[in-house]
Design a protein around this ligand. Sequence first.
Ligand code: NAD
Ligand code: USQ
Length: 382
Amino acid sequence: MKILIAGGDGFCGWPTALYLSQKGHEVVIIDSLIRRQWDNELHSNSLTPISSLNERVSRWHELTGRTLKTYIGDLTHYDFLRIVLEETQPDTFVHFAEQRSAPYSMIDREHAVFTQSNNVIGTLNVLYGLKEIAPDCHLIKLGTMGEYGTPNIDIEEGYLTIRHNNREDILPYPKQPGSMYHLSKVHDSHNIMFACQAWGLRATDLNQGVVYGLHTGETMMDPVLINRLDYDAVFGTVLNRFLIQAAIGHDLTIYGAGGQTRGFINIIDTVRCIEIATINPAHPGDFRVFNQFTEEFSVLDLAEKVKNVATEEGINAVIRHLPNPRTEKEEHYYRANNTKLRDLGLEPHLLNQQVLRAILHTVNRYKDRAHLRNVLPAVSWK
Ligand code: NAD
Ligand code: USQ
């Protein structure tokens, strides 16, 4: 298949591009490289030393003989996107290319406006571009489990059967997102659903949980192919942060009580989920939603798991409860369905001591690159 990967220089997009290329698909990357600029803005960095996109794709070609074509540009620039779609005529458009940090979106008004315009306009352009140039192309859009929030009932995969005044309907699951970033994903979902209904586009919204790990089989083939790994309080996600905090001798930073429960997924399963959605496309007019996570954990569970593995490695990791910089429930019911990807063949890589230890060993190798000043949260929701 011919697969366009927007956001193909990012944490999820780069390993996905390699994996699908290795599987024999024709992969084309779009990226504005803006994620690398946000590191400069925040005076932060990837814990792992990442090569330029050019170096990455050249090394991939040297190692495998496979070509990854790249377009450097912004999805919010429609003229650019049109050219890419016309030249590529993709079968599948995988859309990772958004500002994905909740804290970044909550820095101030400018960052909220930027996040929502980058994400919502980029996705709108993709929808109009597909309608105009590639109406049969399957859009695979990365959404987030955070669109649902933490309701006091089970979370379904996108839709909920509702009985009201003796009538019944299947309606989009209620959304209660917890940041300006998470809100942008909800807006995207509504726009995509409308485009499928109105124009007959086909789309899969992958409501992904928090991703952990960094390596896949392909990114480990050569140091130049290594994936990025965020540890700072703006872009680092909780489990990777705890492992890095343990390695650098920092306390494990639980925000508030630590009962916040989320869905989690290993990056190895992220790339496989994209493959599964690609080879089992939605039908024309369909807006499918899959919940893309494999296990649920509370933040406190994760801190304890990391502490135990650290202890075995001779590290004394201290768990510390900080005042929560976010507005979120710290103790709540959480149970979400996630059977659709498994029904299509996903065999989850679950979190265990061995997985944690392997990430910790990688992190140890690069721990001197961490800037301590970036570890504690400085962005408040209030
Ligand atoms: P990332 O920031 O590492 O990668 C995103 C890439 O998109 C970057 O390379 C960036 O330069 C590019 N980009 C952003 N805006 C763009 C634009 N307007 N035009 C072109 N390129 C643009 O993020 P990630 O962790 O790889 O996340 C990828 C997607 O998965 C996001 O949509 C995110 O919301 C979703 N997601 C991520 C996680 C996670 O834990 N990382 C969890 C759930 C969902
Ligand atoms: N948390 C801590 N300590 C930390 C960091 C986070 O207790 O040091 C807590 C947060 O308060 C939150 C939970 O851990 O309750 C998850 O936070 P996170 O930063 O790991 O994840 P989040 O902000 O939700 O965002 C990440 C990705 C985002 C994706 C989302 C999936 O950055 O792109 O959409 O995970 S989900 O959480 O399912 O919405």
